[in-house]
Design a protein. Structure first.
Length: 266
């Protein structure tokens, strides 16, 4: 059932946002904590009060979730969380259907698809929120990555994966790369996948500190689902000068980091 809309809309109230870090212990080995830091800091500057809950197998599932962030991990990390992920699959599907924004990096991107076939030819069945499937290969795709995203412009990150991911008709790519040997599978020039407000991608980096447009997409989606359409714009308009200056500083740093990463060789 959809979660009831929170009526606490007053800008001065610092409306709370509940952020879930999914499988933080096993699926967070590539610096994905930077995504959590970026989301929470920008949300604070906009006037929200973000709280991060860390969920691992065996933990109680939170009653309120406004956003979910998930990271990458090695094959054995995926194997440790896969049973719990399947048990939570129905809940995650419901939240995705209800437009809860989600960002899944690398390993969890793969498991949010239909399946991941490992290098040992074991098939790890995913939860199928994203219409993708992944097959491991011997060679890894490693290096700085620049793509063009229809909704976010230039997106910069760092890929490090051996899985080849293929999109079905129910998913659209996060962005497009221009060269072979990069992105989802090195052939069709796609990278990442999207469905509703769920984003899957191979981009580490961390991704969000260098790509504030995606960070704001997640915050806006969480805020407007919980508090109603127009909330994000209202909070932006009410920012004080100190917060605006800090946000401009973060945007400038993101632009510098993005341009440096984009200029580096693979």
């Amino acid at each position: 059932m959809p979660q009831p809309q929170d009526k606490t809309k007053a800008v001065g109230d610092h409306p709370p946002l509940q952020i879930l870090s999914l499988y933080h212990r096993d699926m967070n080995i590539y610096g994905d904590s930077g995504n959590i830091l970026s989301v929470t800091r920008r949300a604070e500057l906009y006037g929200f009060r973000p709280t991060v809950r860390y969920y691992d197998p065996g933990d109680a599932w939170p009653e309120r979730i406004d956003m979910i962030l998930g990271g990458g991990g090695q094959d054995h990390g995926q194997e440790r969380i896969i049973d719990d992920l399947r048990e939570r699959g129905g809940l995650l599907h419901d939240l995705a259907d209800q437009d809860v924004p989600m960002l899944m990096i690398c390993g969890l991107y793969q498991l949010f698809g239909h399946y991941f076939e490992t290098s040992d030819h074991e098939r790890l069945e995913g939860v199928g929120i994203l219409d993708v499937h992944t097959i491991a290969q011997p060679e890894r795709m490693i290096g700085n990555l620049v793509e063009q995203a229809e909704d976010f412009g230039r997106v910069v990150g760092y890929e490090n994966h051996s899985g080849l991911t293929y999109l079905g008709e129910g998913a659209r790519p996060l962005g497009m790369v221009t060269e072979d040997g990069r992105g989802n599978n090195g052939k069709d020039h796609t990278e990442g996948a999207r469905w509703k407000k769920v984003i899957g991608t191979y981009m580490h980096g961390s991704l969000l500190p260098k790509n504030p447009a995606i960070t704001d997409f997640l915050i806006e989606g969480a805020a407007e689902r919980r508090y109603g359409q127009g909330t994000f714009a209202q909070m932006q308009a009410a920012m004080d000068q100190k917060s605006r200056s800090e946000l401009e500083r973060l945007d400038s740093l993101a632009d510098q980091a993005s341009r440096i990463a984009a200029s580096r060789p693979r």
